[in-house]
Design a protein around this ligand. Structure first.
Ligand code: F6R
Length: 257
């Protein structure tokens, strides 16, 4: 079941998403959080950091598993996802660094690294709450549009549109790694709850296709329609296609398709 909430702006989306994550931690202080990188969660993480600094929230016993990492980037590379997580969240909260996990993009044996990542997530009992962004092309993690859904964590070729979208973080598109290690659809769907956040016009088609269209690996996020507990929090621009198609927003922000 998918519930969609509207937050007028990026800030409103980020606040609502942060409340959902904080509630998960309050319910289960030793929860396993699946985490994402990119522009979408920056504001969400800022709110969480503020609440930890204010003493309202603690990550002391929280475990985290990240979705993905670029192949070939060292953890201290300023565009690696390990660096992103450290600088946007982990370094500013009371989490035990040993409880944070990001795939190793420098692993010599990448197949073994990916298999071990899946085993590690299974041994944690899968994520209690998995945070996702969504690509302009409907990808989740780096599960790009394909002919079939792939369950396992693996090395993926990034779609040209993903490389183009992520070029904003690098000196040029040529500097964007062409491959990444990505959690597969299996571990994502095994999460107890899923929270997907989306902001901006460039996500409007993906959000429409994912939740108003058919379930197809051509839009990987559409598989979330089969999950029992998904909340989507999106700003007005990201919901624009859905709203144009007749979706309505209730006073509490709940969107009815
Ligand atoms: C990041 C990830 C990706 C991003 C997606 C959206 O860990 O798995 O799926 O969530 O590419 O990226 P932004 O938020 O930068 O638009």
């Amino acid at each position: 079941m998918v519930r969609i909430y509207h937050g007028e702006t990026y800030e409103a989306m980020s606040l609502r998403a942060a409340h959902i994550i904080a509630a998960e931690i309050h319910h289960n202080p030793a929860c396993v959080l699946g985490l994402a990188t990119g522009s979408s969660p920056v504001g969400t993480y800022k709110n969480l950091v503020t609440w930890v600094k204010n003493g309202e929230l603690s990550f002391k016993d929280v475990q985290t598993v990240n979705l993905d990492e670029y192949k070939g980037l060292a953890p201290d590379h300023d565009q690696s996802y390990r660096y992103f997580m450290d600088t946007n969240l982990f370094n500013h909260v009371d989490i035990d660094p040993a409880n944070t996990r990001v795939p190793n993009g420098l692993a010599e044996d990448l197949a073994a690294e990916c298999a071990a990542y899946d085993e590690m997530i299974a041994s944690l009992g899968y994520a209690d709450l998995q945070l996702l962004g969504v690509g302009n092309n409907g990808h989740i993690g780096f599960n790009e549009p394909d002919d079939h859904f792939i369950k396992e964590t693996r090395v993926v070729d990034l779609a040209p549109s993903t490389i183009e979208a992520n070029a904003r973080f690098f000196a040029s598109a040529d500097d964007v790694p062409k491959q990444a290690l990505s959690m597969g659809i299996g571990c994502i769907m095994a999460a107890r709850r899923i929270l997907l956040i989306a902001s901006g016009e460039s996500k409007a088609q993906a959000i429409y296709d994912a939740f108003c269209g058919p379930i197809t690996p051509k839009c990987p996020a559409s598989i979330l329609q089969l999950h029992k507990d998904v909340v989507v929090v999106a700003d007005r621009a990201a919901l624009s296609k859905m709203l144009e198609a007749g979706a309505t927003v209730a006073e509490n922000g709940l969107v009815t398709i």
